[in-house]
Design a protein around this ligand. Structure first.
Ligand code: ASP
Length: 334
């Protein structure tokens, strides 16, 4: 999606994702699909409104991700997936491209909105990444609300976790096509457009504001049935979240591969050192570098000219973008 280059200042724009994955027959459930679309539109409109009012890109991505964390449909905040111990461990990051300030939290179990904690780390600490108890203590000291573990609970995620345990018991999701088809046939997807067993439901946002500043934020519950203490790409700056003066990127997918590919930063590096366009850089990472190491998923990215890229190598990705003064665009499937 190319930006309008006729004006000197690019129009502020926000793009979001709510995870990528495999489309199932249950995609026929129009009601659930409408809920996903409404939730994506709500987050986009909130970001779009902030940008229209002159808010910073950091404010816009934080608010969009906060709303997606509060929505039980997505695997972040309320609705997060469970670990192999039946607990919740959440990760989040935020990065301000104008200053390259960044903040992240990993393995937090009691924060209602991990993205707000990540932002507090960025703005109110001298560090970049806090983990576990220390992250919660820091967030609490900053006045952020703590919740009991059952706040994150949804019956859908619990059933998904039980299926994962009854199946291979593996942390990483099973992408075997036959298993997938069998699952879809059994209609175990519970009416979600993307099969919850093979969906990476992380949420994220990237934005360009009226001052030309870029920012990115990403938040997740991780991967169903993951081992205790496992940290994915989401809070790793440069892997699941990155922003500088050229580009802002937020990813979703098999976190281990996104870390190994340094996926988000690689897009900036390709643009900076090889002169790649946003389109070419994102395509190379999502369609070549990641698949070369069995990395599945996608990302949202915006460059300094306001171009938007939303590539994914799975069958679908919850995604959308909105420029100030223009209609909101939302999509799920290819
Ligand atoms: N990337 C996330 C992780 O590995 C999962 C996701 O995107 O849903 O933790």
């Amino acid at each position: 999606m190319n930006a309008d280059r006729s004006t000197s200042k690019p129009t502020p724009v926000i793009a979001i994702h709510g995870g990528a994955g495999t489309i199932t027959r249950a995609a026929m459930d129009a009601d659930k699909e409408a809920q996903y679309i409404a939730a994506l539109e709500q987050a986009l409109r909130a970001g779009q409104r902030l940008l229209a009012d002159g808010a910073s890109a950091v404010d816009a991505v934080t608010e969009a991700v906060r709303l997606l964390e509060d929505c039980p449909l997505f695997n972040a905040g309320k609705g997060a997936v469970l670990t192999n111990a039946g607990t919740y461990e959440l990760d989040a990051a935020v990065m301000d491209g104008a200053t390259r300030d960044a903040g992240a939290v990993a393995c937090v179990k009691r924060l209602r909105n991990p993205v707000l904690a990540a932002r507090a780390v960025m703005e109110r600490s001298e560090h970049v990444l806090f983990a576990a108890d220390g992250a919660e203590a820091f967030a609490q000291a900053q006045g952020l609300p703590l919740v009991e573990a059952d706040y994150y609970y949804t019956p859908e995620r619990h059933a998904q976790w039980q299926r994962a345990r009854a199946g291979s018991g593996m942390a990483l999701l099973d992408h075997d096509a036959a298993a997938l088809a069998a699952r879809a046939d059994a209609d175990e997807a519970g009416g979600e457009p993307l099969d919850p067993g093979t969906k990476f439901g992380t949420v994220g946002a990237v934005a360009l504001d009226a001052q030309g500043r870029l920012a990115a934020a990403t938040s997740t519950g991780g991967i169903t049935n993951k081992q205790l203490g496992r940290v994915g790409d989401t809070p790793v700056i440069g892997a699941g979240c990155y922003a500088d003066e050229l580009v802002a990127v937020s990813t979703t997918g098999t976190g281990e591969m996104f870390i190994r590919a340094v996926a988000a930063y690689d897009i900036s590096a390709r643009m900076r050192y090889a002169g790649s366009s946003l389109e070419a850089a994102t395509h190379a990472v999502v369609m070549q570098s990641l698949p070369a190491i069995q990395g599945r998923g996608g990302l949202v990215a915006i460059d300094a000219a306001g171009n938007v890229a939303l590539p994914f190598n799975t069958e679908g990705m919850y995604r959308g973008h909105a420029r100030v003064g223009e209609p909101v665009h939302v999509a799920i499937y290819r």
